[in-house]
Design a protein around this ligand. Structure first.
Ligand code: F0G
Length: 485
């Protein structure tokens, strides 16, 4: 069966339909390529430093940028403004109990705030955290608290173009070996990330999560589930895991959460423009973690989130149970990725959640990883289209103790699809400009840092082009497109 938002056209093509209509809009403009060149130079070739007035399609992230529903906006009008004991918080707690099946809820201002509290509470110097794969902010908090990480994906997960439906799975043999080597005492928790972000939004299967649970239970180790992209992971389980094809998204979500002792999430990705939470059904865990919430976030019934956002989180959580809502961005990503793949552009396959990911090492084999191929491709694609994506590669990595770049396993340009934000003609525009850029790939060169922060450098670091390749790209664009935007 097709997902219920995809229809077959008379000509045979599968088209993802928008299962919503647009009722509030924001005007966009597409600056000419010469202005885009000035903008990206001013931004130090870092798309985080672009201003949205210079951006046509903001595909930087789906974080805090998903479209809101009328029901969410309506709920926001009824928020209960109170420092303590707010009814808005009670509604969010009820939604989490019903959707994730977890009893206790600690609100935090966003996902990384949950990571801060978990890392401070559980990680001692020298501890090891096994995980399917790291996320930037997660790793930074673990590092800061003296911990180490072990990434335990199956080797095939890093083969970017494959038909492996569950690249986010944890390798159980590797997990057992790591526990035997390190000792369970040195492992405060195992972290599983839903729709594993940095390898292209790739899901794990429920079967795999249950195997991880089994091993964790044998050794009395907690499982912490990063549920920031759990809805998409549940959607892929329904699509791709035979045993669950007739299960509802709600059943799958609860079964996923039931495997974890602690579930935390960034509500910016799940359903709102702000917020997050740490959830558990274990009262002892709740009591242990709750002391840090008033210290870093705010009182236990708001945790740094405005009551209006708390209302939108509650409604948004219920909306993720609707397949035509949670499947909207995966079906558009699927469409774009398959069009690009057929057109010969190297993309991560199978398509994942959150964005379409372009394989920069295959796109730009002539650019060495030390010159940040994913960063160069991201800047080049902004030039070609006015759409800004995000670099997910060595620029987003760190340096080792000798000052050398730790080269990333994968070099990706991520084109995020915030839920229900872009139309199919905008998606087709992205497809067209990416195909054009691929035809001009030999023109694209590398980047080097000119200002490099020591922590999370990709956010604010500034770079320059290693040659005049951006100017050459602008010339090629004019030669092919005349005076078109
Ligand atoms: N975990 C995952 C898997 C994430 O994708 C993010 C954020 C976080 C934790 C941190 O949450 O931003 O609310 O503090 N991902 C965003 C992105 C930033 O663009 O992929 P946050």
């Amino acid at each position: 069966m097709q997902p219920d938002q995809t229809v077959r056209f008379f000509g045979g093509e599968n088209i993802p339909l928008e299962m919503h209509k647009v009722r509030v809009v924001q005007k966009l403009s597409l600056p000419p390529i010469e202005n885009r060149l000035t903008a990206i130079q001013d931004a130090g070739y870092n798309t985080f430093l672009l201003k949205t007035r210079d951006v046509y399609l903001d595909m930087l992230t789906d974080s805090g940028t998903n479209a809101m529903s009328d029901a969410q906006q309506g709920a926001m009008m009824q928020a209960d403004d109170a420092y303590a004991g707010s009814q808005s918080f009670e509604r969010m707690q009820t939604a989490i109990r019903e959707v994730f099946g977890k009893e206790y809820v600690l609100p935090v201002h966003q996902g990384r705030a949950a990571e801060n509290i978990l890392a401070r509470s559980y990680i001692k110097a020298g501890n090891l955290i096994p995980m399917n794969y790291h996320f930037t902010t997660t790793k930074a908090h673990i590092d800061l608290n003296g911990g180490r990480i072990a990434e335990l994906l199956y080797d095939e997960a890093l083969i970017l173009r494959s038909d492996n439906p569950f690249k986010g799975n944890m390798n159980i043999d590797k997990l057992r070996a790591v526990i035997a080597r390190e000792g369970a005492k040195n492992i405060p928790f195992i972290r599983m990330e839903a729709s594993t972000n940095l390898i292209g939004g790739q899901p794990f299967s429920l079967e795999n999560l249950k195997e991880v649970r089994k091993v964790a239970s044998e050794h009395n180790i907690f499982i912490v589930l990063d549920a920031s992209l759990i809805g998409e992971n549940a959607y892929f389980i329904k699509q791709r895991e035979k045993a669950y094809q007739n299960a509802s998204i709600g059943d799958i979500l609860r079964e996923m959460c039931a495997q974890a002792d602690i579930v935390y999430f960034s509500a910016r990705k799940v359903s709102s423009s702000r917020g997050g939470a740490i959830c558990t059904s274990n009262k002892a865990i709740f009591d242990y973690l709750k002391v840090l919430v008033p210290l870093y976030e705010g009182f236990l019934t708001y945790g740094g989130i405005s009551v209006r956002e708390i209302e939108s989180i509650a409604v948004g959580l219920y909306e993720t149970l609707d397949e035509s809502v949670i499947g909207q961005s995966p079906s558009f990503i699927d469409y774009l990725a398959r069009q690009l793949d057929v057109g010969g552009v190297p993309v991560v396959m199978p398509p994942g959640g959150l964005g379409c990911h372009v394989d920069a090492m295959k796109f730009l084999p002539h650019v060495h990883q030390k010159e940040y191929p994913a960063g160069a491709l991201t800047a080049a694609f902004y030039l070609a289209s006015g759409a800004r994506g995000m670099e997910r590669g060595t620029m987003s990595s760190v340096r080792d103790e000798n000052g050398n770049d730790v080269l990333s396993d994968v070099e990706l340009l991520r084109l995020a699809f915030p839920r229900r934000v872009f139309t199919l003609s905008q998606t087709k525009y992205v497809e067209d400009r990416m195909k054009w850029l691929y035809s001009k790939r030999n023109l694209i060169g590398g980047l080097r840092f000119v200002e490099e922060p020591s922590v999370l450098r990709f956010f604010m670091g500034r770079l320059e082009a290693t040659s005049d390749w951006p100017e050459k790209l602008v010339k090629a664009f004019r030669a092919d497109f005349g005076d078109s935007l």
